[in-house]
Design a binder for this molecule. Structure first.
Ligand SMILES: NC(=O)c1ccc[n+]([C@@H]2O[C@H](COP(=O)([O-])OP(=O)(O)OC[C@H]3O[C@@H](n4cnc5c(N)ncnc54)[C@H](OP(=O)(O)O)[C@@H]3O)[C@@H](O)[C@H]2O)c1
Length: 216
């Protein structure tokens, strides 16, 4: 796949690197320093390059949105028309000091994004794990017990595309349903962040759902 990265920081930089290592063509965009994008591209191998948001999105099959909530409007305006594209978002609707969600209960960041990027096929994915765990999950891809990763969206063709990328990074994709389920996954991430950043075992944390036979 051709993947455009909008926001090449902790999440976008690492996910773009792993998508490239999994064999996809990646364009890193949107950082304050062009040399950072070029270094990311160099370190990711021959299938990655640096570009502007417009260059990242114009030929992309999938666009990853990985910016702070306060930068969403700016990066979308720079990216241009995303209608028909799979827009995978790990961005959370956090306030300016990242202490709480600014959207919840009756909507979600993912649903607000779908309104902003009209016509894009939005899937919420990757936003429920800390960036610190991504390389370790990729390195452990061949282990039997992969961690889970929930994703949700309303577009039946976009969701398998996101699921493939989730598998490529090393997780077991868990389809949580329509985009409105992001009302639950976004606050769930705050729990994960609390455990990752305030727990005793470090931030490289992932989660795994297990099903059991019900015993009556
Ligand atoms: N970090 C996590 O573990 C994590 C986990 C789950 C979800 N999320 C969510 O994922 C999203 C991205 O988080 P992140 O931690 O990856 O953020 P980040 O490291 O701050 O990356 C954001 C990117 O946007 C760029 N940017 C910011 N302002 C800009 C501007 N004025 N012009 C051009 N580029 C600009 C940054 O550029 P520079 O590189 O120059 O700073 C950076 O490349 C957020 O919505 C966050 O809530 C994060």
């Amino acid at each position: 796949m051709q993947i455009g990265i909008l926001g090449s920081g902790l999440m976008g930089g690492k996910l773009g690197t792993l998508f490239a290592r999994a064999g996809h063509e990646v364009v890193f965009s949107y950082a304050r320093n062009r040399s950072k994008l070029e270094k990311l591209a160099r370190d990711s191998g021959t299938t990655a390059r640096a570009g502007s948001p417009r260059e990242a999105t114009q030929d992309a099959d999938v666009v990853l949105l990985a910016v702070h909530w306060s930068r969403v409007d700016d990066v979308l305006s720079k990216a241009g028309d995303l209608s028909g594209k799979v827009l995978m978002s790990c961005s959370l609707p956090m306030n300016d000091d990242d202490s709480g969600l600014v959207i919840g209960h009756t909507s979600s960041g993912a649903e607000a994004l779908a309104k902003k990027a009209s016509g894009a096929r939005v899937v919420a994915a990757f936003g429920t794990v800390p960036s610190e765990v991504l390389f370790a999950v990729f390195a452990a891809k061949d282990n039997d017990a992969r961690p889970s990763l929930v994703y949700c969206g309303d577009d039946a063709e976009a969701k398998p595309v996101a699921a493939t990328l989730i598998e490529d990074v090393g997780f077991t994709p868990v389809d949580a349903g329509p985009l409105a389920v992001a009302r639950y996954t976004e606050p769930f991430t705050l729990l994960i962040a609390k455990l990752a950043y305030e727990g005793d075992d470090g931030p490289a944390l992932a989660y795994r759902f297990e099903h059991f036979e019900e015993l009556l």
